[in-house]
Design a binder for this molecule. Sequence first.
Ligand SMILES: [Zn+2]
Ligand SMILES: [Zn+2]
Ligand SMILES: [Zn+2]
Length: 156
Amino acid sequence: MATKQNHSHHEHSGSDLVAAARDALVAAGEQWTGMRESVFEELACHERPASAYDIADNLSAARGKRVAPNSVYRILDLFVANNLAMRVESANAYLANTHPGCEHDCIFLVCDECGEATHVDDDTVSGGVRSVAKASRFQTRRPIIEVRGLCETCAG
Ligand SMILES: [Zn+2]
Ligand SMILES: [Zn+2]
Ligand SMILES: [Zn+2]
């Protein structure tokens, strides 16, 4: 995975990622409930962007009782607002943020064939987009930079 930031930046995975996400949410003054943990764990085991419906379905099966997509959606929103998850707009789905303690305008390379979304951080590129918006007197909240195409496997 390509990263290009101007600082040392740690990407988490597995139980280390869940712990980092919990710490980031608690530090933001929010509670780490059992349901939030389940949603995060479920999200983190998806390699491809997952929708609220995918997550609700899997959680319903795992828990043996129906989990409403709406409640999953609210939790995902909270995760995005607190940098624990990232929304891949062109896929209308979510990915766990592998760097919950560190904010970047993440860039996604989304494969049209298999749906894989490779995550890259390049503050030079996203900073350029922010500057362009600023020059037009536009107040940027979040640049969305997504590249559609074919991943290495599908292109091969
Ligand atoms: Zn970073
Ligand atoms: Zn990132
Ligand atoms: Zn692919």
